[in-house]
Each structure stands twice: as structure tokens, then as C-alpha cells.
Design a protein around this ligand. Structure first.
Ligand code: E4P
Length: 225
């Protein structure tokens, strides 16, 4: 399962990219706004792409098909490698159908049920983003929805890539990997948490201490010769 970082913060993205563990970035209008309300979106997106170079989803904000297509055209004029992120609404499905006809990659976002994922796939989405955390927030089982989507995909050999989104903690990453999601898009903090284990830190400390001890013993022996 590939990992993307779900962020618009360039420092976070740079650091995640430097670790070599991410294959792409997803953004959304809220993440961009959280960074800096005055952020130059175009500049930030290009900066992110120069940093990571893999998948980069850029979300439209129109809610009608014509508007979405116009926005997509605008985005692609300055960033031809963009994956256009489209909300899971009827107008969005029509936009996905048209963009797919033009071989333009799309990521259908705000998917909360297997039937929505299926519809997005059938409209021609390249990626379907299933939001877990927001379901968990409503006491619904987000991981179960990802599992159901993966089961349907396996049974029917469907083509869209499944992105597990709205990830809240490392356990979500593990559960989505076990379920068979293709990608998890993870907030920076959760990504870093998922790399850590206290036994790694304490193990490293004892290796270093033992090595130092060994060097000191050697120095002592040499001193005695
Ligand atoms: C995915 O593409 C979304 O940007 C993201 O995962 C939303 O997550 P949130 O529920 O933490 O806002």
C-alpha cells in the first residue's frame, strides 16, 4: 500500500518526501486555507509537486459540471500532471465521465459508502477516496466501509485505485493496508507517529551505549600495553 501525505504545509511535505516513504500528496481547500488564507494556491501546488513529484490531487471548488470542467482545464493549463479531485456529487460524476473520456486522471473525494465508490469507479474515476475518520466521528465504522469497498473491487476486478482518506491514527493505516486499500493518504503527524516505536528508540540507545563501552574498554586495554 502506498502512502501519500494529506497536507498543504510545504515544510511537512518536504520532510515526508526526504524520508522516501511517500508517493504523492493530496490537498483540499480546507488544508490550503489552514496553512495561510493568503496562500497562492497555484504557487503552493507547483512547489509541492517540485518537492514530491508523484501523485498530486488538486480539488475543484465548483459544484456544477461545467464549472468543474472549466476549473480542471485551468488547473491543467499550469499543472498538466494534476489529478483533478472532484466531490462525490451527481455533477461531479458527470465531470468525471467527461474528464475520463479525455484521459485526465480524477480522484473522487468525500466518499462515505461502497455504493458511492462503485458509482465513482463506473463514471471513470482513476481514484476513489473513502473517508474513514469522519465516519468514525459519527460512530460509524470507517474501516468496515474500506473493507467492503476492497471486497467489491476484488470480486469484480474494478480499476479505480482505492485511497483510504481521513486517516486519524496509525491503526487506521494498518487496518487499511490489511483491507487491501491501494493507498492511504495520511496527515503528516500520523505519518511520523507511524514510523516510531519506543523499543526502536531504547534499542538504539543501548546499542550506542554498548558500543561506547566497548570503545572505552579497548582504549583502556591499549593504554595498558
Ligand atoms: C483526502 O483527500 C482528504 O483531504 C482528507 O483525507 C480529509 O481528511 P479529514 O477528515 O481529516 O479532513
Amino acid at each position: 500500500m502506498q502512502l501519500y501525505v494529506d497536507s498543504a504545509n510545504i515544510n511537512e511535505i518536504r520532510h515526508a518526501a526526504s524520508l522516501g516513504v511517500i508517493h504523492g500528496v493530496t490537498t483540499n481547500p480546507s488544508l490550503l486555507a489552514k496553512e495561510d488564507p493568503n496562500v497562492d494556491v497555484k504557487q503552493r501546488i507547483l512547489e509541492i509537486y517540485q518537492t514530491v513529484g508523484g501523485h498530486l490531487s488538486v480539488e475543484v471548488i465548483s459544484t456544477d459540471t461545467a464549472g468543474m470542467l472549466k476549473e480542471a482545464e485551468g488547473i491543467l493549463s499550469w499543472f498538466p500532471e494534476a489529478t483533478i479531485k472532484i466531490p462525490m456529487i451527481e455533477a461531479g460524476l458527470s465531470a468525471v465521465k467527461e474528464l475520463s473520456r479525455q484521459n485526465i486522471p480524477t480522484n473522487v473525494t468525500l466518499i462515505f459508502s461502497p455504493t458511492q465508490a462503485l458509482a465513482a469507479n463506473n463514471a471513470g474515476a482513476s481514484y476513489v477516496s473513502v473517508f474513514l475518520g469522519r465516519l468514525d466521528d459519527l460512530a460509524q465504522d470507517g474501516v468496515q466501509v474500506v473493507e467492503e469497498v476492497c471486497e467489491i473491487w476484488d470480486r469484480h476486478g474494478l480499476e479505480s485505485q482505492i485511497i483510504a482518506a481521513s486517516i486519524r491514527h496509525p491503526m487506521h493505516i494498518l487496518q487499511c493496508a490489511k483491507a487491501g486499500a491501494d493507498i492511504a493518504t495520511v496527515p503528516y503527524k500520523t505519518l511520523i507517529q507511524s514510523l516510531k516505536h519506543p523499543l526502536t528508540d531504547s534499542g538504539l540507545q543501548s546499542f550506542l551505549k554498548d558500543y561506547e563501552k566497548m570503545q572505552a574498554e579497548k582504549a583502556k586495554l591499549l593504554g595498558n600495553v
